[in-house]
Design a protein around this ligand. Sequence first.
Ligand code: GGG
Length: 347
Amino acid sequence: MLIATLPGDGIGPEVTEQAVRVLKAVTGDLLTFEQGLVGGAAYKAAGHPLPEATLDLARRSDAILFGAVGDPDCDALERHLRPEQAILGLRKALGLFANLRPAKLFPELADASALRPEVAASIDLVIVRETNGDVYFGEKGHRKTADGLREGYDVMSYNEAEVARIARVGFETARARRGKLCSIDKANVLETSQLWRDVVIELSAEYPDIELSHMYVDNAAMQLVRNPGQFDVIVTGNLFGDILSDQASMCAGSIGMLPSATLNSSNQGLYEPIHGSAPDIAGQGKANPLATILSSAMMLRYSLGKPDEADRIEAAVAKALAGGARSPDLGGTMTTAQMGDAVLAAL
Ligand code: GGG
């Protein structure tokens, strides 16, 4: 099976390297890894954040292991050349619309959570974030107003098929867990959100076993901190999901702990930590690779049909943490490679 490894920028290469070590240890010679350029690194080497060769590799692969994109050297570039366009372009080109972001507190990390330990202990949820639509892909531009003011705009839109497709993933994910789905929108203000809510309610007729609730995104941000244990599965749009999953990560100890899978309708997937490229600590061995290692476990489970191997990696991460493995974001001093060593030793 072919894995496209796209390390990207900043800490992306460091964390991806550790995930590849763990994948090789667990799968032997089952997987072939082929590396591609993406993000700012690709722009610098090939003049585009998502070169055709990378797209071709991604299309040929069984799964993609993605590090992170974002490079301050590229801040002045036109938007279509910025590193972040690589991840948006990959999601769109491969139809990767369902981004699953589990947030769970490893008990050993209760002291690292931004929440009181008894509140943090309850967090065990999955955010299902739509990643093919919303303001990220709507018409955008800038213009001058009638009175000569500069104005930027990003059009937010969803059609009912896009909403139904991601809502179905939400219902199915809830069915495989504790049976609760909370749909998050801003239906009191936004037309897209009103449509979102209507479509979710219509689809709920097919899922009478799922306890469905709705919440406005501002309230959801507050409830995630107040009582994260009330959530099982959250389904939401691209922008709200992007923001809420970063927030959830701090409830679960660190943004360095949260993996993700982004799937298309044939379960080909892109697997990446939810964190970005963290240029401030790039190349210093300070990055926590556990989110990427846990993303590789999701890859084994969702795209490669290897659930036992996925369980092994997740158990090894838990064992490494129980044994005291801590990178700086978790209050420790271990390097990126030492964190990888600890997981390998625990396998
Ligand atoms: N590994 C995640 C990453 O590189 N994030 C950078 C980014 O710009 N992400 C945009 C998004 O997730 O929509």
